[in-house]
Design a protein around this ligand. Structure first.
Ligand SMILES: [Zn+2]
Length: 275
């Protein structure tokens, strides 16, 4: 992986002849330490234990390299270049296989004491809920992620409930996309599974609004393909339960940078680190 990263950096700098390379940014899966550029032990990158990623790339390219968590940087990208342009305080959530996020506080990406701030997916929203891979229980990620929606639908099908998904489930494990398609076709089970998940997403979003008082909340990730089935219940929960009128009216909008969000986040982080 490192060899391929260095090869991509080399090609990019070659293509850029005539300009000056000032800095390099890297969006990597966490946990990691942005201060040292060490990637600790990401669950999806087996063998990456305490890798000095920033130093390795910096030795190869000869400029400062700044590393940060990919979801944090996606938030920074939406703030600098995307749906949150012009805001000073922004909450970004990505809802896909997991739930990640990034928090922009007074115009800066919040890193925290150990570089571990901005993990909304691991706040408990259901104390009676199931254990999460992170060691906590009832995490938002275990209830509202795409993985959670698919798992919940699968469990209900196994108990014999009728659904458009029954036939699909016989051909292999369900995905969140399958659940979304069935929900959009009006399937009762799929609609209920989505509604349950988005109820918890609403609770999570409102907790974040109360904590950080954002100008807006931006939600990205594959599960946002649910469209109004995601955004309406979240909006309704916030509207019904926020402390003040101004918090009730915080806009909750889709992300706008699509698949380029990680790349744009790495650029934004490199820029912020050389500022
Ligand atoms: Zn968790």
């Amino acid at each position: 992986v490192l060899g391929r990263i260095l090869e991509c950096v080399r090609r990019a700098t070659e293509d850029f002849r005539g300009g000056e390379l000032l800095a390099t940014g890297v969006a990597a899966p966490g946990p990691l330490d942005p201060a040292t550029g060490f990637v600790m032990s990401p669950p999806n990158l087996p063998g990456w234990d305490n890798v000095p990623l920033a130093d390795i790339i910096s030795d190869a390219v000869g400029v400062k390299v700044s590393v940060n968590n990919d979801a944090n940087l996606a938030g920074l990208a939406e703030f600098r270049f995307g749906a949150g342009s012009g805001a000073q305080n922004l909450i970004y959530l990505t809802v896909s296989t997991g739930v990640g996020g990034g928090i922009i506080c007074d115009g800066r990406l919040l890193s925290g004491a150990h570089g571990l701030a901005g993990e909304p997916g691991h706040m408990t929203v259901d104390p009676g809920g199931i254990p999460c891979a992170c060691g906590n229980v009832g995490c938002l990620e275990t209830l509202a992620s795409g993985t959670a929606l698919a798992r919940r639908a699968q469990t209900r099908l196994q108990s014999g409930e009728a659904s458009l998904l029954s036939e699909r489930a016989e051909r292999g494990a369900l995905t969140a996309e399958d659940v979304g398609i069935a929900a959009h076709s009006g399937d009762r089970l799929a609609l209920q599974v989505v509604a349950e998940g988005m109820h918890f997403l609403g609770i999570g979003v409102l907790n974040l609004i109360h904590l950080f008082d954002p100008d807006l909340v931006v939600i990205g990730g594959g599960v946002t393909n649910l469209g109004p089935l995601l955004f309406d219940p979240v909006q309704q929960w916030v509207h019904a339960h926020a402390m003040t009128q101004v918090q009730r009216l915080v806009p909750i909008v889709p992300a706008s940078l699509g698949d380029r969000v990680g790349l744009m986040g790495a650029v934004a982080w490199a820029l912020q680190c050389v500022d």
